[in-house]
Design a protein around this ligand. Structure first.
Ligand code: SF4
Length: 536
């Protein structure tokens, strides 16, 4: 940090990462020194450091940093794959200079159970392999082998962006093509991409582009999968979007757990900048998230990029009008941009002619849980859960029969097997109290309990609430306590659910009651008997 010529306020989280990586924690002396160097009040640094789960803030200056922190994922898919047993096994033989933590999700649900050892990510983790990695003195992040820049150029990579740069294609016709394709934001909100681009392009002043690769929804791993395979297809989408909305500043906000991807993206961005030097590229910065689920919410992500706590903003103004540093900002999910070069190069037919049950387009589903072949399935929009599992995931695992599923990760609610033949789309799911969000499908079987999943997810929301508004901060906590009781006060739980939905500021608090409400509606046989169930 001392070698950095000018310390930037918006880079505060990056500096905290450097300190935390180096020392294994953040002690009072680190906070004080950074505050001094940045000319900030210590409390300003402290409040940011304590907001994010990945910073180990300690209250003394003499602690010995652990040699490695082992994070065992507790997402629903990892729990089904035995993460509790794995955690217990590691705990028994953990070297004394290492630390073990249970974490809500590390974004490798298709490789459950997943573990991160420092910056070394491990899928299908077994106790022996974790312990053998811990015996190594230096624990390295893994290397990825994605499609290279030259391979991408050979399949006409960057030609769509060059067509725009050379004015063969106008920004207006690029926007029209996106509108024809019906491409929507694929992070969860589903706002039409073309319309979003037009709104930002028409705003006065300097424009920014912020790409959300935080992908924190438990069950979602599609962005990581695509970027690990074809980073330049994504980066071309970034350049196209920046060109159309005239953004000179681009920020890629990457999930902190994706260490291997971060190292690789850094290299590929450098390769891109070198190859296209002299082509007036926008300035591209890669930023690390720090383990806050709420930063998947677009305005919270912008706050985090500005180096603050990731607390969602009140709207209006919308981020397209006043986003990063007060400038009009195009905020996109990574997958949305990933498809843009192909649409511009090959037209919209390949995309629009797909679809089932009256729906149009393609959709990337992250499928995990009790299926035989978990992974990303690029499937027709409108496909049903049963079709998805049978045609794309090799059916259910041996010995498991379908009992239910989460159609949209932790926040999208839960449905029973009896509703496995409805189209997985926004409108249909909404009729059943669910939503598809980023299409994170977690399948569970007769070996699992919907009650256990609902309790677990409510705890997750307690952990992840940013605490800004009372309905979410206190509502999730009280609901979680009530849900642990053997006799449930159902009217009180329903009341809490309604208040969270009606009065929470952002989508996290509004969606937090979904697993609870779905349990009451679709799995009534698992709901504990009625009682007063009052807690303080
Ligand atoms: Fe924060 Fe929850 Fe309120 Fe969203 S709903 S602003 S996460 S407290």
């Amino acid at each position: 940090i001392l070698n950095t010529p000018v310390l930037r306020r918006d880079h505060l989280i990056e500096y905290l990462h450097k300190l935390n990586d180096h020392h294994g924690h953040l002690a009072p002396r680190h906070i004080a020194a950074l505050a001094h160097l940045m000319n900030l009040a210590q409390v300003e640094v402290f409040e940011v450091a304590t907001f994010y789960h990945h910073f180990q803030v300690v209250d003394h200056d003499h602690g010995v940093a652990p040699r490695a922190i082992v994070r065992v994922c507790q997402s629903p898919s990892c729990r089904m794959a035995g993460s509790a047993t794995l955690m217990a096994g590691i705990a028994q033989a953990l070297p004394t200079d290492c630390r073990l933590e249970a974490v809500p999700c590390i974004g490798r649900c298709e490789q459950a159970p997943a573990v991160a050892i420092g910056q070394h990510e491990m899928g299908h983790a077994q106790c022996e392999t974790v312990l053998s990695v811990l015996q190594q003195q230096t624990i390295q992040a893994q290397a990825l082998s994605p499609e290279s820049l030259s391979d991408y150029l050979q399949r006409h990579g960057y030609s769509s962006w060059l067509s725009l740069k050379s004015a063969q294609v106008s920004p207006e016709s690029a926007i029209e093509l996106l509108e024809q394709s019906g491409l929507r934001g694929l992070g969860g909100a589903g706002f039409p991409a073309g319309r979003k681009w037009r709104i930002v392009r028409n705003q006065p002043g300097q424009h920014w582009l912020a790409v959300n690769i935080d992908e924190g929804e438990p069950g979602t791993f599609k962005d990581r999968t695509y970027l690990e395979q074809h980073p330049h297809q994504f980066l071309e989408g970034v350049l196209i979007a920046a060109e159309v909305v005239q953004a000179q500043q681009v920020i890629l906000y990457l999930r902190d757990e994706y260490h291997a991807l971060r190292h690789r993206l850094t290299q590929e961005i450098a390769a891109l900048q070198h190859h296209w030097r002299g082509h007036s590229l926008p300035n591209i910065e890669l930023r690390r998230g720090a383990g806050a689920y709420v930063c998947g919410e677009e305005s919270a992500m912008l706050e985090s990029i500005e180096g603050k706590r990731g607390v969602p903003r009140q709207r209006p103004p919308y981020v397209a009008q006043q986003g990063l540093f007060g400038h009009p900002t195009l905020v996109h999910n990574a997958e949305t941009l990933y498809w843009v070069p192909k649409l511009l190069r090959e037209g919209t037919d390949w995309f629009t002619r797909a679809g089932r049950h009256g729906r149009q387009g393609l959709r990337s589903f992250s499928v995990s849980g009790r299926v035989a072949k978990p992974g990303v399935a690029l499937a027709p929009a409108g496909i049903t859960l049963r079709e998805l599992v049978d045609e794309y995931c090799g059916g259910m695992q041996t010995g498991h029969t379908l009992y239910g599923y989460l159609p949209g990760g932790a926040s999208g609610g839960m449905l029973p097997a009896a509703l496995a033949d409805i189209p997985l789309d926004f409108d249909t799911l909404q009729e059943h109290g669910c939503f598809i969000g980023s299409a994170a499908v977690v399948v569970f079987s007769q070996m699992d309990s919907a009650l256990d999943i609902a309790r677990h997810l409510m705890n997750f929301f307690v952990h992840e609430s940013c605490g800004q508004c009372t309905p979410c901060r206190s509502g999730t906590e009280k609901a979680s306590q009530l849900m642990q009781q053997n006799h449930w006060n159902i009217p009180l739980l329903q009341d809490l659910s309604q208040v969270m939905r009606d009065a929470s500021i952002c989508g996290l608090g509004q969606a937090a009651p979904n697993p609870l409400d779905c349990l009451l509606r679709h799995f009534p046989h698992e709901v504990p008997k009625a009682g007063t169930g009052e807690v303080a």
